[in-house]
Ligand binder design. Structure first.
Ligand code: PRF
Ligand code: ZN
Length: 372
């Protein structure tokens, strides 16, 4: 039987790695940015367009899918791949993060999480066994452990409890997981920005010998130095021959720095969320297309960008369109996704070519400089 995950490192530069991750639905080149289609749909972008952008691994969320269309329906149609007609890989998050993002509507105990639906007030229980069962029904190539997520800036006994509970829940996840042959369960390292707690979480989770590991509990309002130090602590300790996934990080500078620190996978809603507010990524930082200045720029968002928006439209037209039509958000979303996917490809190629230092220097110089 073929393995459900094979990870081959092609080249390294210090901690950075360029690799190939082989999953049940094909090959993924890493470092990789994974676009987020929380509810089994990308906001404003079709799966065909994701395919055309070169996306080979995208993210969906168990909590939202469990609510609608529901695990039973997804199982009946042969999983989310079939339901949405996506032939490449999918990763599902466990629902753990919704404890923080929907904290007013959730309650955490040792047994699991209880959510009250924001839509119709129905109650949903998400114990480790439920999260894994639903993820087995959804059928993603990579599934995530249910972690006890607390705000990154929490400290004291609650952080310690969350850390230890995450390990206890992992053991329940592993016991409940019925598709080990074709679905990879990634544990999630927690511990906030406290080096001792991170060390404990790393030790506990590495012992469970998974095919890959996630770094959770970051990008939640901590200062940059603590963030980078914690990422570095994790990547230094995690097994070299397995993929590392940094959850919820997708700001261009962060993905470049954290790739240099040895992270292989990233996800974040930021690229598409910020697009819906009219902000585009460019080599020279963020471009606010709502600003009146854009009305007089008869150039694309980014010269040389091969995306649908940049090949066809000027900033001036997009500025005009934002006020009128949804399609503007669609076009900017496509551009931002293309930007991040291409950024990762170029960074990866520079590792392979032995040019990572030049690449990072060039990237930072432009990002922090005004165009001119
Ligand atoms: N855990 C889970 N999902 C996540 C995170 C986490 O810690 C983060 C980091 N804040 C983003 N998404 N399960
Ligand atoms: Zn573009």
């Amino acid at each position: 039987m073929p393995k459900s995950l094979e990870f081959t490192i092609l080249a390294t530069h210090n901690f950075a790695r360029a690799s190939i991750m082989r999953l049940p639905h094909g090959q993924v080149n890493t470092p990789v940015y994974m676009p987020v289609g929380t509810k089994g749909a990308m906001k404003g972008v079709t799966y065909q367009e994701m395919d055309d952008l070169g996306c080979r691994l995208l993210l969906a969320n168990t909590y939202h899918l469990a609510y609608k269309p529901g695990g039973d329906l997804l199982e009946k149609v042969g999983g989310l791949h079939n339901f949405v007609n996506w032939k490449h890989n999918i990763l599902t998050d466990s629902g753990g993060f919704q404890m923080v993002s929907m904290s007013k509507l959730s309650e955490v105990t040792e047994e699991g999480v209880k959510f009250e639906s924001p839509y119709d007030k129905t109650i949903m229980y998400l114990r480790p066994e439920d999260s894994i069962h639903t993820q087995n029904q959804i059928g993603a190539d990579i599934i995530m452990a249910l972690d006890d997520v607390v705000r990154t800036t929490t400290d004291g006994p609650r952080m310690q409890e969350a850390n230890e509970r995450t390990t206890r829940w992992l053991d329940r996840d592993i016991a409940a997981h019925k598709r080990k042959h074709d679905q990879n369960l990634f544990p999630i390292i927690q511990g906030g920005v406290d080096p001792k707690l991170r060390e404990q979480s790393l030790n506990d989770l590495i012992k469970r010998e998974a095919n890959g590991y996630a770094i959770g509990g970051l990008a939640g309002g901590e200062d940059k130095v603590s963030f980078w130090k914690t990422v570095a602590q994790c990547t230094t300790k995690l097994p070299i021959n397995k993929p590392r996934y940094l959850m919820g990080v997708g700001y261009p500078v962060d993905v470049v720095v954290c790739s240099c620190l040895g992270v292989d996978m990233f996800d974040c809603v930021f690229s598409t969320r910020t697009a819906r507010f009219g902000t585009a990524f460019t080599d020279y930082g963020f471009l606010k297309l709502k600003n009146n200045q854009a009305a007089n720029v008869f150039e694309p968002i980014q010269k040389g960008c091969q995306c649908q928006a940049c090949k066809s439209y000027t900033q001036s037209y997009l500025h005009y369109l934002i006020a009128k039509e949804e399609v503007a958000c669609h076009l900017i979303s496509i551009h931002n996704l293309n930007y991040l996917i291409q950024l990762m490809l170029n960074l990866r190629q520079s590792i392979i070519d032995g040019n990572l230092i030049e690449f990072v220097n060039g990237f930072l110089k432009k990002w922090y400089q005004k165009e001119g």
